[in-house]
Design a protein around this ligand. Structure first.
Ligand code: PMP
Length: 416
C-alpha cells in the first residue's frame, strides 16, 4: 500500500501545538507556506530560546567570571547553570567535563590539537568511518600529516551500515583514537556506538563521538555509550549558532594542554611562566558565547519538557511515512536504508541534478539541501557527485512530506 494512503493513526504528539512554539514555521516563502526540511543543516528555534537570548541581552548582559558587580554575577550564574544542565542532559559525571566551544567543528579540532597531536608518532593510526562529515576527517588529517600518522577507514555497506568485521581488523597496537559519528548526516544511519567503543577500549583506544546529528534525534548518555569524548552543536539542537559542547572524560581532559591561550584560562601569568586554570576554564579562553549558552539551556529545557523519547517516536514514524512516499516517485534512488536511522533522506532523481531539484522545490517554498553534504568520501563511495537531502525534525508533518513528494513528481515532469 502507498504510504500516502497509510491508514495508521497519527502519533499522539500534538504537532500543531509544537509548531506553534516555532515562530518561523508560520512564515511564507516565495508566497507559499514554508516547508522546512533542512534540519540537518540547522534546526529552527522555539520562542523560548529566542526569548532567553533576548532576555539576557535586555536585562542581564555582562561579562562572566570577572566582575564583582551584580550583573556579572547573574550572567556567570546563568552560564554555569547551563553547564550543569548539559551535564545532566548527557549524563556526564561532573560539570568540569563540559567544555563550551563554538560547535562540533571546534570541539573536534580541540581534541585533535590537545589530545591526539601530542601523543601521535610516525606510523600511528587513527580510525574514522567512511560516512564522516569533513569536520570529523580533516582535523585528523592535519595532525596525521604533521606527525607521519595515517587515517584508517571503516567501510560502509550498500545499506549504509558500518562493516564491523572490517573495523575489528583495523584495530591494532598502532591505533590512537577511533572517531565516528553518532548518526550520519547523509544516510541517517545510527551507529552502534556502545559496541564500537567497547571494542576500542579492549585495545586501550579512546573514542570520540560526533554527536552533531545524533543528539537532535536521540537521547545520548555518554556513560552508557562508553565514549571518551562527545561533541555537538547548539544550532542543530534547536539552540543558537556559535555555541556547542565538548564532553570529555575528566581524566583525559586533565592530562591535555590548553587549546587556545588568553584570558580566563590561566591561574597566574608572568613573563617567566604561566600556569593554567583548572577544568573547564582551561579550555575556554576569552569571552565565551554567553548568550549562546543561555539559549542552549532553553533549547535543552524545551526538549526535556517535550520528552526526547516522545519526540523521537514521532519522528521515526514520520521517517517511515516519508520513506514510503519518496519510494513512490519514479526514478528516485534513496541512499541509506539502515535498520536504525534518524530522519535524514538523501536521494537522487534520474530526471534532474540535485541542485535543480533544490531549485524547483525552493520555488514551492520547500527548503531541502543539495550538494555533497560535507561528506565527499561518502559521495565517492556511492558513485555520485551530489545528493538532494530532506531532513526531518519533530515539527514536520505528513502534509509537508506529501508536499515534498508532490513537488518531486513535478520535478520529474519539468525535466521529462
Ligand atoms: N558533524 C556532522 C555529522 C554534521 O552534520 C555537521 C554539520 N553539518 C558537523 C559535524 C559540523 O557541525 P558545525 O558546522 O556545527 O560545527
Amino acid at each position: 500500500m502507498s504510504a500516502l494512503a497509510d491508514p495508521r493513526p497519527a502519533s499522539p504528539l500534538d504537532v500543531e501545538r509544537v509548531r506553534g512554539d516555532f515562530p518561523i514555521l508560520s512564515r511564507r516563502v516565495r508566497n507559499k507556506p514554508l516547508v522546512y526540511l533542512d534540519n540537518a543543516a540547522t534546526a529552527q528555534k522555539p520562542q523560548s530560546v529566542i526569548d532567553a537570548v533576548a532576555a539576557y541581552y535586555a536585562a542581564e548582559n555582562a561579562n562572566i567570571h570577572r566582575g564583582v558587580h551584580y550583573l556579572s554575577q547573574q550572567a556567570t550564574f546563568a552560564y554555569e547553570r547551563t553547564r550543569g544542565r548539559i551535564r545532566r542532559f548527557l549524563n556526564a559525571a561532573d560539570n568540569s567535563e563540559i567544555i563550551f566551544v563554538r560547535g562540533t567543528t571546534e570541539g573536534i579540532n580541540l581534541v585533535a590539537h590537545s589530545f591526539v597531536r601530542p601523543r601521535l608518532v610516525e606510523g600511528d593510526e587513527l580510525i574514522v568511518t567512511h560516512m564522516e562529515h569533513h569536520s570529523n576527517i580533516v582535523p585528523w588529517q592535519l595532525v596525521c600529516a604533521e606527525r607521519g600518522a595515517r587515517l584508517r577507514v571503516i567501510p560502509v555497506d550498500d545499506a549504509g551500515e558500518l562493516v564491523l568485521e572490517e573495523y575489528e581488523k583495523l584495530l591494532s597496537p598502532r591505533t590512537r583514537l577511533v572517531a565516528l559519528t553518532h548518526a550520519s548526516n547523509v544516510l541517517g544511519t545510527i551507529n552502534p556506538v556502545a559496541q564500537i567503543a567497547a571494542l576500542a577500549h579492549q585495545h586501550g583506544v579512546p573514542v570520540l563521538v560526533d554527536g552533531a546529528q545524533g543528539l537532535p534525534h536521540l537521547p545520548a548518555d555518554v556513560r552508557e555509550l562508553g565514549c571518551d569524548f562527545y561533541v555537538f552543536s547548539g544550532h542543530k539542537l534547536f539552540g543558537p549558532t556559535g555555541i556547542g559542547v565538548l564532553y570529555g572524560r575528566r581524566e583525559l581532559l586533565e592530562a591535555m594542554p590548553p587549546y587556545q591561550g588568553g584570558g580566563s584560562m590561566i591561574q597566574k601569568v608572568s613573563f617567566e611562566g604561566t600556569t593554567y586554570a583548572d577544568l573547564p576554564n582551561r579550555f575556554e579562553a576569552g569571552t565565551p558565547h554567553i548568550a549562546g549558552a543561555i539559549g542552549l539551556e532553553a533549547a535543552i529545557d524545551y526538549l526535556n519538557q517535550a520528552g526526547q523519547e516522545h519526540l523521537a517516536a514521532y519522528e521515526t514514524e514520520l521517517l517511515g511515512y516519508a520513506t514510503g512516499a519518496l519510494s513512490q516517485v519514479p526514478g528516485l534512488r534513496l541512499f541509506g536504508t539502515a535498520r536504525d536511522r534518524v530522519g535524514v533522506l538523501s536521494f537522487t532523481l534520474d530526471s534532474a541534478h540535485p541542485h535543480d531539484i533544490g531549485t524547483v522545490l525552493d520555488s514551492e517554498g520547500i527548503a531541502i539541501r543539495a550538494g555533497h553534504h560535507c561528506a565527499q568520501p561518502l559521495m565517492q563511495r556511492y558513485g555520485v557527485p551530489a545528493m538532494a537531502r530532506a531532513s526531518l525534525a519533530f515539527y514536520n508533518t505528513r502534509e509537508e512530506i506529501d508536499a515534498l513528494a508532490a513537488a518531486l513528481h513535478n520535478v520529474n515532469e519539468v525535466f521529462a
